[in-house]
Design a protein around this ligand. Structure first.
Ligand code: DX5
Ligand code: ZN
Length: 221
């Protein structure tokens, strides 16, 4: 196991105190801010867009990854690049021309990433691995925070991590959904390098700092 990166999903932050909660993730030692964008079409929920990302950009030095749970993500590449997103993750299920989209993301100055729903096969992105910096495996069905981790995704994670390792690819392998102490350990053991956690850290009874400390010790190399 290598040391994991912890990405704080602000979907579970207090939106009335978003700046405070982003700063809290940074001081608790998180490595990234995970910004969940939902359009009410690709997923049955709505969240926020580029103006909100721009607002938090000024209060953190951490990289920000935009997780685009939207139809036609290409429409938002320029706006998110200008707002200061570092990584732009599209869903394979919502993107018709993956290669074109990845090129556009890179040309806009962001790192391209691709996310797969729990029941989407790795075969859908096999031919795209040369063009992405991150692959995100959903361990819940996207749309809501606080759902239960789906363990059936682990064989897929293991295969992806193995491919990235044996082919020596510079691709970050992440998991998103239901990541808490026990599931973080399982995901890390199956090769996840980035753990995205929302309710697991923001709703932790002992607070954010304790949650991050726990995740680190549970997954220590
Ligand atoms: C789900 C989002 C996740 C979500 C994870 O659609 O993509 O990033 O915030 O939340 P938890 O960690 O609560 O499952
Ligand atoms: Zn997410």
């Amino acid at each position: 196991m290598t040391d994991v990166r912890i990405s704080a999903s602000i979907l579970s932050a207090d939106f009335a105190n978003l700046g405070r909660d982003v700063a809290a993730a940074e001081s608790a030692g998180c490595d990234e801010i995970h910004f969940d964008v939902m359009d009410g079409h690709f997923v049955p929920n709505l969240t926020f867009g580029a103006p909100v990302l721009q607002a938090i950009r000024s209060i953190t030095k951490l990289p920000i990854a935009a997780h685009m749970m939207v139809e036609r993500p290409d429409l938002y590449i320029e706006a998110f690049a200008s707002a200061g997103a570092n990584t732009f993750i599209v869903h394979v299920e919502a993107t018709r021309h993956l290669h074109r989209t990845f090129e556009a993301i890179r040309a806009a100055g962001m790192k391209p990433g691709v996310a797969l729903n729990p029941a989407t096969s790795l075969a859908t992105i096999e031919a795209a691995l040369d063009y992405v910096d991150a692959v995100l495996l959903m361990t819940v069905n996207p749309g809501f925070g606080g759902q239960k981790f789906i363990p059936g995704v682990m064989p897929k994670l293991k295969r992806l991590a193995e491919t990235v390792r044996t082919e020596k690819r510079q691709v970050d392998v992440g998991v998103d959904g239901g990541i808490k102490l026990d599931t973080a350990r399982i995901a890390a053991a199956n090769g996840a390098r980035t753990l995205i956690s929302g309710s697991g850290i923001y709703a932790h009874p002992q607070g954010l700092q304790a949650a991050v400390r726990e995740l680190r010790s549970a997954t220590a190399a």
